[in-house]
Design a protein around this ligand. Structure first.
Ligand code: FCB
Length: 460
């Protein structure tokens, strides 16, 4: 096509999922309960009272799902292992749980698909939660034992290891706003949990390195802050510190940003959790950064600098989050592909590391038409625009190595239940029938040509 933008040779095309969002089979083959099983049972916690109890029944249908990845011509599949399946009580290995991931990895490899494994995508074993969960410093060693258990079993076949997915969400939404499991609402706890996530990442990263891992990452969710006028610059700085640099800087060996420490000093949560030597552990080098990007955040400075913010860290002062601007997705997220270009260019400079877009995608109200096709043209457009944005970042010099679409399948979207559909494959949750959407066909075409069509080009 005329305006094609071609990606570098070897660019990695794939799709992503997470265990609790797709597997179901929550009490099969010895899996223990996770914090999400318990949280989802709390009335009002999840829209429609939904849970991941069945989800996409991927535990039983993984062969069909892997065949879909192959049919889409994707070279990589990012998935997470469920800690409560591997270790039902968080500490003791469950051979049947490990055997499931063995089968999954073997099936991927049979089809020539590279497994991109994430060790933690929010499903903490409930028994560890009862011992303090992410508030207990010991979680760094619990997580490291779990990481090594998975690695001992799969390390001969899985090259790519990601420790944590989006510690921001797990710590701040889980412990600060209470929107996610375990549903606590305390800013001190959120800060402490955040530090322990990073500490667990560092310890596990060191242990995986010693076990020979040469392809190691962490996946962070970035939301660039946008403000209308330069006098809101301080709000941009504050939001960026708490949302983005909080997690990135320690991983890069830069420690916690000094301006962040000032902004949150009155909350008295982070500094007491940090012990001598922690920052050196967290600084264990990673080989690439997983960039999860969906939308920017609009912010403004508050006239009264002591007024508390409505951002996901209750207690932060001096800034507020503004409503997003259209066009929006069904989750109310702003579609702003330029922010992805800017983010990737900025991260490439700041980190000096290869980047992989480990999640990017959108939810729209999809329907299966009478002819069985899902014409999700809005998602096709979102994908095309964001892929052009990635391409633009590469043109500007960013070392972006891959793009993993969120998500392979419609799935359990956490507190939003089954409403928002993010898949490039439609799932009928009653019949478990899968239908590749037009966006899936589009992604397949992009992957096979290693190019995204230009603005004027049609996809059909
Ligand atoms: C990310 C999560 C992923 C999914 C997408 C929509 O924050 O990592 O599990 O919920 O958002």
């Amino acid at each position: 096509m005329t305006g094609d933008r071609t990606f570098p040779p070897g660019f990695l095309w794939g799709a992503a999922t997470a265990a609790y969002q797709i597997e179901g089979a929550v009490d099969v083959d010895g899996r223990g309960p996770s914090v999400w099983d318990v949280f989802a049972a709390v009335p009002g916690a999840v829209v429609g009272g939904a849970s991941g109890a069945t989800a996409c029944d991927h535990y039983h249908r993984y062969r069909e799902d892997v065949a879909l990845v192959r049919d889409l011509g994707l070279a990589a599949y990012r998935f997470s292992t469920a800690w409560p399946r591997v270790m039902p009580d968080g500490r003791t290995a469950n051979p049947a749980g490990l055997a499931f991931y063995d089968r999954l990895v073997d099936t991927l490899l049979e089809h020539g698909i590279a497994p991109v494994l994430t060790l933690y995508h929010w499903d903490l074993p409930q028994s560890l939660e009862e011992r303090g969960g992410w508030l207990d410093r010991d979680i760094a060693s619990w997580f490291t034992d779990y990481a090594l258990t998975v690695h001992n079993r799969l390390g001969d076949r899985v090259r790519s290891w990601t420790t944590l997915n989006e510690p921001f969400c797990s710590a701040f939404l889980g412990y600060g706003t209470g929107e996610h499991a375990p549903g606590r609402r305390c800013h001190r706890d959120a800060l402490r949990a955040a530090h322990h996530h990073l500490l667990a990442h560092g310890h596990a990263a060191m242990a995986l390195r010693s076990s020979g891992v040469t392809d190691l990452a962490i996946a962070l969710n970035f939301s660039p802050a946008l403000a209308d006028a330069p006098d809101h610059h301080d709000a941009v700085r504050r939001f960026d510190a708490v949302h983005n640099r909080f997690f990135l800087d320690p991983v890069l060996g830069l420690g916690y940003p000094p301006d962040l420490l000032d902004d949150i000093a009155h909350l008295d949560g982070l500094t007491p959790a940090v012990q001598d030597g922690d920052l050196a552990v967290i600084a264990e080098p990673v080989d690439w950064i997983g960039v999860n990007y969906y939308a920017p955040t609009r912010v403004a400075s508050l006239p009264d600098p002591t007024e508390p913010s409505n951002c996901p860290l209750p207690g932060l002062r001096g800034m507020s989050v503004l409503p997003p601007r259209g066009p929006l997705t069904v989750t109310g997220w702003e579609q702003h592909p330029d922010s992805l270009t800017d983010l990737l260019v900025h991260l490439a400079e700041r980190t000096g590391k290869p980047l992989v877009v480990a999640e990017n995608g959108s939810a729209f109200p999809d329907v299966v038409d009478a002819d069985g096709r899902v014409r999700d043209h809005q998602r096709v457009r979102y994908l095309a625009e964001h892929l052009r944005a990635v391409h633009a970042a590469i043109q500007a010099g960013a070392d972006v190595r891959g793009y993993l679409a969120w998500s392979l399948l419609d799935n359990f979207e956490w507190a939003s239940g089954y409403g928002p559909r993010f898949g490039v494959v439609h799932v009928d949750f009653d019949s478990q029938r899968r239908v590749v959407k037009d966006s899936g066909r589009f992604l397949a075409q992009v992957a096979s040509r290693n190019a995204v069509p230009g603005l004027g080009d049609r996809f059909d």
